[in-house]
Write a protein that binds this ligand. Structure first.
Ligand SMILES: Cc1cc2nc3c(=O)[nH]c(=O)nc-3n(C[C@H](O)[C@H](O)[C@H](O)COP(=O)(O)OP(=O)(O)OC[C@H]3O[C@@H](n4cnc5c(N)ncnc54)[C@H](O)[C@@H]3O)c2cc1C
Length: 625
């Protein structure tokens, strides 16, 4: 019988798994370490209410095919989204868990004799909630075809399971009630709509998938929604997090700390330190942690990288109707953390020492790394037009985030660029803005944009493309109000109203901070593998591994790597491949463990004011070794 190996632990190792097949007792009956019997009997199956009236022969048959699973507290029988199966509790207690915005909520209990999984079995869907052991529990898992074999000869079972499923779905305490209940926001932000710091804060929260209620001076009942008098305007933006702590004019690092997003490394030394948590970095984190490497990914902004800003990725394998970048990022992040990788946000890697593999973080922490994976991707190229920096965050953005839609509701917006990212953004904003105009210097989209996007753009009546054009100037006092569009053929300039300008004019690898020992191509992308030999930048006898840079033990994956393919799938593939090379490198015996040299951060004065509730210790970051 196949038992899916999805019964992960919340805080323990695989050694805590208990399955059938333990040592034999003196009386010959198989017993597990927990002392629970290992083989399900027909009698035990009869103890499950659903099967109480089923004939002896069917119970015998079930006892021969079901999986007998013992879970320790915190171990999952099924995760939300897992394929359907029917379970019954023999011993212990199982809790259904619903995860909203990354926060778990226990939504019921199952006791001995109860079943779970009836909703997916009846509807043919995946699990709408996860099921986790609240204490050591023994359950059975019945595969759908075995359930159907029983149901074929026991119509009462079908009726009963249908009744149970309907009961679980309906009513305030059922799935319907859970789905209808609005999740409480994890953060409330008050700030001016067009204030750059407020925009940056909202964007950061959005990129980190934090549900946020945004308040502006014109929000009706702002004080009521805030939960008291609003902070004075000089202190905006201000944020109140779910547990009531309030911070005014916060640094993003402080916000991350308040929301429990990791910001401090737990150790001083790692097998693999990953620079960046875009698709390549997250894939490396998943593979590294799952293969037993002590792995940390350090991300300066939010997990997901560029892909996290994509409104719909249509070409990533396994998502037939596409997947939004933030959902892909959120799933990958959960997966990496569940497997034991550390992921830090709001921390940048500022320097790498090629000779020691020391990795320097902003703020002075230094990590000792046996291997390093560069997965720092690319950053948007900026437009050099007068006034554009003054209006950045006030209607002008590089790239796009889904959370910015509320700012462009009902206004005309402009997208600069003709690549897939520009096409995706146009489709997304067209569902909020009055009108979307794509401005491109080129004369066609076919050379730069995928066919499926061009076809979708053509179906939207409120999207236009202006070929052979460029932005000549931007105007606005408090926020963007208009732009000048120049026709490159006639040089004629026209001023048009604009409530949002989203710029997608290509991206560059930001690699100037890397040590000179790491060889780059002419455009600043990191050279790896055979290209290193070709450039005569390799000193060892062995060949460099495919993704290895000119510094042995330092690897590059994803968009930052010199190569023509810049895609989510390629980044994910390279991130996971990099881990295979890390193993190879460590096996070669080349690594040299560094001495522990992590700097400590002293907390001394306060960069931001804490308004109410538990006042936090005054902080000032000062380095000491
Ligand atoms: C809007 C948009 C839509 C897209 N749509 C698609 C699509 O539909 N299909 C597709 O295949 N591809 C798509 N792409 C391309 C795809 O997103 C990229 O190829 C992919 O994200 C590259 O992954 P990466 O991990 O290599 O780099 P990135 O995604 O760029 O991630 C790198 C990460 O490293 C971080 N970082 C950089 N420097 C440091 C540092 N010094 N310290 C700490 N962190 C650092 C960055 O903040 C970033 O989060 C799209 C891109 C964009 C922008």
């Amino acid at each position: 019988m196949h038992v899916p190996f999805s019964h992960d632990l919340r805080g323990g190792g695989a050694d805590r798994l208990r399955r059938s097949g333990g040592a034999s007792d003196v009386d010959g009956a198989k017993r597990l370490a927990s002392g629970l019997p290992a083989v399900v009997t027909a009698e035990e199956i009869g103890g499950v209410a659903l099967f109480a009236a089923v004939g002896e022969a069917e119970r015998e048959r079930l006892s021969r095919v079901v999986a007998d699973i013992t879970l320790v507290a915190g171990e999952y029988a099924a995760h939300e989204g897992d394929e359907r199966a029917l379970f019954a509790v023999l011993d212990g207690r199982i809790e259904p868990i619903k995860r909203v915005d990354g926060i778990e909520r226990v939504v019921g209990e199952r006791h001995p004799g109860d079943i779970f999984g009836e909703v997916p079995i009846v509807l043919g869907t995946v699990f709408p909630v996860g099921f986790r052991a609240a204490e050591t529990s023994r359950i059975i898992r019945i595969e759908p075809h075995d359930y159907h074999a029983v149901a074929a000869v026991a119509p009462d079972v079908v009726k009963e399971i249908g009744r149970l499923a309907a009961h679980r779905m309906s009513g305030l305490r059922g799935l319907q009630g859970i789905a209808a209940e609005p999740p409480p926001p994890r953060a409330i932000v008050v700030g001016h709509r067009w204030d750059a710091a407020s925009t940056e804060l909202r964007r950061f929260l959005d990129r980190n998938q934090i549900t946020t209620r945004s308040l502006t001076p014109d929000t009706p009942d702002a004080a009521e929604r805030w939960g008291g008098p609003l902070p004075v305007e000089e202190d905006w933006p201000a944020i109140r997090v779910v547990n009531g702590k309030t911070v005014v004019r916060p640094q993003l690092r402080r916000v991350a700390e308040l929301l429990g997003l990791g910001t401090e490394p737990e150790a001083a030394e790692y097998d693999a330190v990953i620079v960046g948590a875009g698709p390549a970095g997250l894939a490396a984190a998943v593979y590294g942690a799952s293969e037993g490497l002590h792995t940390i990914a350090i991300e300066r902004e939010a997990p997901g990288g560029q892909a996290g800003t994509s409104s719909r990725i249509e070409n990533y394998l396994g998502f037939p109707s596409g997947v939004s970048g933030d959902e892909l990022a959120s799933r990958a992040l959960q997966q990496a953390r569940r497997l034991g990788a550390e992921i830090l946000v709001t921390r940048s890697i500022t320097r790498i020492d090629a000779s020691t593999h020391d990795v320097h973080l902003d703020g002075g922490d230094v990590l000792a790394a046996r291997t390093i994976i560069l997965a720092s991707g690319v950053s948007w190229r900026h437009l050099s037009i007068d006034g554009i920096d003054r209006l950045a965050g006030k209607g002008i953005s590089y790239g796009a985030a889904r959370g910015e839609a509320w700012n462009v509701h009902g206004v005309p917006v402009h997208i600069v660029g003709a690549g897939n990212s520009a096409g995706q953004a146009a489709l997304f904003y067209a569902t909020h803005a009055r009108h979307v105009t794509i401005l491109t210097r080129g004369e066609e989209l076919e050379n730069t944009m995928s066919r499926y996007l061009i076809d979708q753009l053509a179906t939207r009546p409120n999207i236009d493309v202006m070929f052979g054009t460029e932005v000549a100037a931007v105007h606005g006092e408090v926020s963007l109000e208009a732009i000048d569009v120049r026709d490159r053929g006639t040089n004629e300039t026209t001023r048009v109203e604009s409530g949002g300008l989203f710029i997608f004019v290509g991206a560059d690898a930001e690699t100037a901070w890397l040590p000179s020992e790491i060889a780059l191509d002419h455009h600043g992308y990191v050279l790896t593998g055979p290209d290193i030999r070709a450039e005569a930048r390799w000193k060892l006898d062995r060949d460099p591994y495919l993704l290895e840079t000119s510094v042995p033990g330092v690897f590059a994956a994803g968009d930052v790597r010199s190569g023509p393919v810049k895609r989510v799938a390629a980044a994910v593939g390279e991130g996971s491949m990099a881990i295979a090379f890390v193993h190879q490198y460590l096996k070669d015996g080349l690594p040299r463990l560094n001495r522990v040299r992590r700097r400590r951060i002293d907390v001394e004065a306060r960069p931001q004011q804490i308004e109410d509730e538990e006042a936090l210790p005054a902080r000032h970051l000062r380095m000491s070794t």
